[in-house]
Design a protein around this ligand. Structure first.
Ligand code: SF4
Length: 322
């Protein structure tokens, strides 16, 4: 039986702004088993990327615990955190802006190996760069090319090779396909799946494309306005969504069969996402939820296990699914 490599408990990240306290992430908890993928979905601004960055302490969490391999990541000093970062890496959304335009492909991949002092011999480093290029499907002829000479898919492969260069166990894939053409998205996701099988990697895969998240994830968490609304095994969540927000999200996934797509009932979500600055008490989804009662606006629903391994934050989950 696999065991959690990552435990996130009550993770919270607030930002002070001129208008008040921005609740980017509030009390989010989950685990990811070794060699597995947790998909995290939700609309832009729901806190999923902030969660990924707070886990790696690229943003300092406001509260909560992050345990990686039973090590309390929040208690690490700068030197220990630096060492920990060789085990936990990130692949960014926009491969172009995350790469230095003045570095060639080989220099970009070599950089983290040099920075962390993993291989000191230049000849050995070059061999390792070529090996990494092969691993991520970059032809050796691209060794001395620059990022602007490549398409988005190849640039993202450089980003993945950089993350792999220091042999991490865990990678936060922060919207790694959102900036790519649809035709290339599946290639990158399939590459991540292949690497996971070969190297035993563990992923937090953040995206808003629900079909891609289903394809890669073992479990999925649905975020709404900084909180986790629902969390379950991928197949279960997609076949039996229980939270009103998840139900609406799932109903919007296009079905390849035109007849079924025409007959499908789409659940609209009325209204705008409320501001995350000084949010009102109660359920974050209340302003847009057709099942909301006065009680929903007073008390914040806890994420509760309503079926084995299936967690929902909704006071009225029974009525919603009656
Ligand atoms: Fe809707 Fe209330 Fe459930 Fe929130 S707690 S999702 S407002 S029914």
């Amino acid at each position: 039986m696999s065991e959690p490599l990552l435990r996130v408990e009550g993770l919270t990240k607030h930002f002070s702004t001129k208008k008040g306290l921005l609740h980017a992430v509030d009390n989010v908890s989950f685990t990811i088993d070794k060699g597995r993928t947790l998909g995290m979905v939700g609309e832009p601004g729901c806190g999923k990327s902030t969660t990924g960055r707070a886990i790696l302490r690229l943003l300092e969490p406001t509260a909560g615990n992050v345990l990686f391999d039973n090590i309390d990541v929040r208690s690490l000093d700068a030197a220990k955190l630096r060492r920990m970062r060789t085990r936990m890496q990130i692949v960014f959304q926009d491969p172009f802006s995350s790469l230095n335009p003045r570095m060639t492909v080989s220099q970009a991949i070599e950089e983290p190996i040099k920075l962390h002092g993993i291989i000191t011999d230049p000849q050995e480093r070059e061999e390792r760069v070529l090996e990494l290029m092969e691993t991520v499907g970059l032809a050796p002829r691209l060794f001395n090319t620059y990022p602007h000479e490549l398409d988005g898919g190849r640039r993202q492969r450089i980003g993945i090779a950089r993350a792999l260069a220091i042999e991490p166990e865990f990678i936060v894939c922060d919207e790694p396909i959102s900036a790519l053409d649809v035709s290339i998205q599946a290639q990158v996701v399939n590459l991540l799946i292949k690497l996971q099988k070969e190297l035993g990697l563990t992923y937090l895969f953040i995206a808003h494309d629900l079909s891609m998240v289903k394809h890669i994830s073992d479990r999925v968490g649905v975020m709404y306005l900084g909180s986790m609304a629902e969390f379950a095994d991928s197949d279960e969540l997609y076949s039996k969504p229980l939270h009103p927000y998840t139900k609406a999200l799932m109903s919007a996934i296009p079905i390849p069969d035109p007849k079924a797509e025409k007959e499908k009932k789409r659940i609209p979500i009325e209204g705008e996402i409320p501001s995350p600055i000084n949010p009102k008490p109660g359920c974050r989804f209340a302003a847009r939820c057709k099942y909301a009662t006065e009680a929903c606006k007073q008390t914040t629903p806890e994420l509760t296990e309503v079926l084995p391994g299936h967690f929902v934050a909704c006071h009225r989950v029974k009525e919603v699914n009656a």
